[in-house]
Design a protein around this ligand. Structure first.
Ligand SMILES: [Zn+2]
Length: 359
C-alpha cells in the first residue's frame, strides 16, 4: 500500500500567471473527445518553443485536480482548494520537473541542468506516493529531448513509463521529438503542437500583456508563431541581448574589416543565450535578404526597418543577396554546432564572426 501524503509538498510558484489558453484547437478537440477517463498514462507534446506545450500540460493537470471543473481538458475553476494550491505552485499531485526541481534534488553540485539520476529517483519516489487531492498524480517533464539516452535517469524513467498505472499521468514536452528515444516515443502518445497565428499571439499580447494593438502586431510578427518568444521581449536582459545581436550582425556584415564586439553572454546561462543570439542573427539576416530581394513586405522585424534599409544600401556594394545567403547558412551551421557539440557557446559565436566577415 503506497504511503499517503500528509501535506502537499511545497513547490516553486508559477513564474507567470495563467492566462486563458490560446490556439492549438486540434489538441483541445482531441482531449475533449477523449475525456478525462480515457487518458493514456503518458503523452509526449512536441512542437517549437513557446507554442503552449508546457502551459497546456499545467492546465490539464490543474483541470484534473480541480474540485469543480467546468470543462475538459482546460476547465479548472481557479478558486477551489486544489486550484489555489495549483496556482501557487504547491499542488502536491503535480510534479513539475523544471530547473529548480533538478537543481534542488542534486546531491552534488552539478554543472549541467540535465535530468540526473537523483532527480529521476525523486520523480519515481514521488510518483509512488498516493494522490493528495484524491485524483491522479501528474508528472510534467519539459524538454524531455534534453535527457540523454543511456543516462541512468533515462533508464529508470523508462521503467516507470513501462508500467502504466491508472493513478499516474506523465506529460513530457520536446521541441525536438526526433531526439527522444523510440522506446519512450512508443510508450507515450505523441501530440503535435503547431505554431500560433499572428492573430492569436497579438490578441494574447493585447489582452493580457497590456500591449497597444499596433505594438502587439509588431511583436507577433517577429515572434514567428511562438507566444513565448513574444513575451520574452518584455524581459529587459533579453531586449539588451537582442539589441547587441542586431548591432553586431549589421556591423560585421557592413564593415567586415572592423571587429565588432560580440554579444556578451552571461556566465550562468551562456548556452541558452547563444541559442537566442543565433536565432536573432538569423532573423536579422533573413530580413536583410528580403530587403535586398525587393520584398520589403516580408520583413518580420518592422521596428528595425529603417536601420535595415540603411544597412542594405551598404550591403549592395558588398555583394548583396549572395553574401546574405552565405551568412544565413553560416548562422545555421553555428546553430547546429551549438546544439550538437560541447564547444563553448562563446567560441561558436567567435567562429560565426569569422564566417560573417569572410562571407
Ligand atoms: Zn478548481
Amino acid at each position: 500500500m503506497p504511503k499517503r501524503r500528509e501535506v502537499a509538498p511545497a513547490a516553486a510558484p508559477l513564474r507567470e500567471p495563467l492566462h486563458p489558453f490560446v490556439g492549438q484547437q486540434h489538441v483541445l478537440e482531441y482531449f475533449r473527445r477523449l475525456g478525462p477517463q480515457a487518458l493514456a498514462h503518458a503523452y509526449l507534446f512536441s512542437g517549437d518553443r513557446g507554442v503552449g506545450k508546457r502551459t497546456f500540460a499545467t492546465m490539464l493537470a490543474m483541470t484534473l485536480h480541480c474540485e469543480r471543473p467546468t470543462g475538459f481538458p482546460v476547465g479548472y475553476c481557479g478558486t477551489c482548494g486544489a486550484c489555489r494550491r495549483g496556482l501557487a505552485g504547491s499542488c502536491g499531485d503535480t510534479i513539475l520537473v523544471d530547473l529548480d526541481f533538478i537543481r534542488e534534488t542534486a546531491r552534488v553540485e552539478r554543472k549541467t541542468d540535465a535530468l540526473h539520476i537523483d532527480a529521476s529517483r525523486r520523480i519515481i519516489e514521488l510518483m509512488q506516493l498516493q494522490s493528495y487531492e484524491g485524483g491522479r498524480l501528474v508528472c510534467i517533464i519539459p524538454d524531455f529531448d534534453n535527457v540523454t539516452p543511456g543516462d541512468y535517469a533515462y533508464n529508470a524513467l523508462l521503467k516507470e513509463l513501462e508500467e502504466p498505472s491508472a493513478g499516474k499521468l506523465f506529460l513530457l514536452t520536446a521541441h525536438r521529438p526526433d531526439r527522444v528515444l523510440p522506446t519512450i516515443r512508443s510508450r507515450a502518445c505523441g501530440i503535435r503542437f503547431g505554431p500560433l497565428s499572428e492573430d492569436e499571439i497579438a490578441g494574447q499580447l493585447e489582452r493580457y500583456y497590456g500591449q497597444p494593438a499596433q505594438r502587439a502586431r509588431l511583436l507577433a510578427r517577429r515572434a514567428q508563431g511562438s507566444l513565448g518568444e513574444a513575451i520574452r521581449e518584455f524581459d529587459e536582459s533579453v531586449m539588451e541581448l537582442r539589441e547587441a545581436t542586431r548591432t553586431w550582425c549589421l556591423q560585421t556584415l557592413q564593415s567586415p574589416k572592423r571587429t565588432s564586439a560580440l554579444p556578451r553572454l552571461s556566465r550562468d546561462n551562456a548556452r541558452e543565450e547563444a541559442v537566442e543570439v543565433l536565432r536573432d542573427a538569423r532573423l536579422v539576416i533573413r530580413d536583410l535578404l528580403m530587403l535586398s530581394l525587393g520584398q520589403e513586405e516580408h520583413v518580420l522585424d518592422r521596428e528595425s526597418l529603417t536601420q535595415y534599409k540603411a544597412a542594405s544600401a551598404t550591403l549592395e556594394e558588398e555583394g548583396g543577396p549572395t553574401k546574405l545567403v552565405a551568412a544565413l547558412s553560416s548562422v545555421n551551421e553555428a546553430a547546429r554546432i551549438a546544439d550538437e557539440t560541447n564547444i563553448p557557446p562563446a567560441t561558436v559565436l567567435g567562429w560565426l564572426q569569422v564566417q560573417l566577415k569572410s562571407a
